[in-house]
Ligand binder design. Structure first.
Ligand code: NAD
Length: 287
């Protein structure tokens, strides 16, 4: 039987509506409109599209968004100055620095400069530490989006073997960290695989839940999937004019019990979580 398709677009729309309701109530009681400031350096077209989508989503949820566009030759010092200004601006609650930054700017230096209470991407070492300890301030956007999809589709994670492919700071590591915590939609036995993993296919075949975050089109093939496993595809890759995931969707959906499509799976959930984090940041600012 072909896999159930996990509809990230629909879940993200529900989550955005929840944020809208809660943001309206927050505004009603405090007079504060949650505000996300996005910073975009250079003119990478894909980054511009991502930022535009995030801004549109803010509008849908009744949040304020502002865009700070800087030229490609912006220096690290100039960008740091902008981040410091946004840190100090009490009308800004969340700061998003769109990655990648131009090569001459050290991403780590910039991301570390974003004050922890406005770090809606959950990249700051303080926020990552809180996440590891199971008492998060903000949830990492893409991993939390994946976790919410598992929750919405009643996929049991307690005691399940979850295999995360990829160890990036933005997806792989925080994904594993969420699933290994005690509690709901967690309590999994987690394996992290990466580019140096030996016999990856054999490990992935043991998984009840596979999270693919590799960045290689159709890398996960049907022979790597245990029949009935749940497959969450984080990848976004260009194949001509098509967007495809890290999973060979057509073949894997014949073996898995549930699977996310690309597009329309994890992507919209990332943005919905960002909105929720922006509201959380505004709530933090209001004490
Ligand atoms: P990354 O390049 O930082 O990390 C990729 C990871 O894959 C690395 O940790 C690496 O060890 C692992 N890897 C590479 N080759 C491998 C191999 N042959 N075998 C096993 N592991 C291998 O990428 P990222 O930022 O984590 O993103 C991963 C993918 O997810 C990309 O396609 C990206 O576009 C996409 N992405 C999507 C969203 C979303 O909202 N849907 C958000 C972030 C990233």
């Amino acid at each position: 039987m072909p896999a159930q398709i996990i509809d990230g677009k629909a879940v993200a729309a529900r989550m955005t509506a929840e944020v809208a309701t809660n943001a309206a109530a927050f505004q009603h009681s405090t007079g504060i409109v949650p505000h996300l400031a996005a910073v975009l350096v250079g003119d990478d077209p894909a980054s511009a599209v991502y930022v535009r989508n995030k801004q549109r989503a803010c509008e849908k949820a009744g949040l304020k968004s502002s865009l700070h566009r800087l030229p490609i030759d912006t220096t690290e010092a100039q960008l740091l100055d902008l981040v410091e200004d946004l840190n100090a601006d009490s009308t800004v609650h969340g700061i998003l620095v769109q990655l990648p930054l131009p090569k001459h700017i050290r991403e780590q230096v910039i991301l570390d400069a974003v004050i922890a209470n406005k770090d809606v991407d959950c990249f700051h070492p303080h926020n990552v530490g809180l996440l590891v300890q199971g008492r998060p301030r903000f949830l990492p956007c893409t991993p939390a989006g994946c976790q919410r999809l598992l929750a919405e589709y009643n996929i049991s994670t307690a005691g399940a073997h979850a295999v995360v492919i990829g160890r990036s700071e933005i997806v792989g590591k925080p994904m594993a960290m969420l699933l290994v915590q005690r509690g709901a939609v967690a309590d999994a036995t987690v394996t992290i695989c990466h580019s140096r993993t030996k016999d990856l296919a054999a490990i992935v075949r043991q998984a009840d839940i596979v999270i693919a975050a590799i960045g290689k089109a159709r890398f996960v093939t049907a022979d790597m999937i245990k029949p009935g496993a749940v497959v969450i595809d984080v990848g976004i890759n260009r194949d001509g004019d098509k967007l495809v995931g890290d999973v060979d969707f057509d073949a894997v959906s014949q073996v898995a019990s549930a699977i996310t499509p690309v597009p329309g799976g994890v992507g919209p959930m990332t943005i919905a979580t960002l909105l929720r984090n922006t509201l959380t940041a505004a709530q933090l600012s209001a004490g």
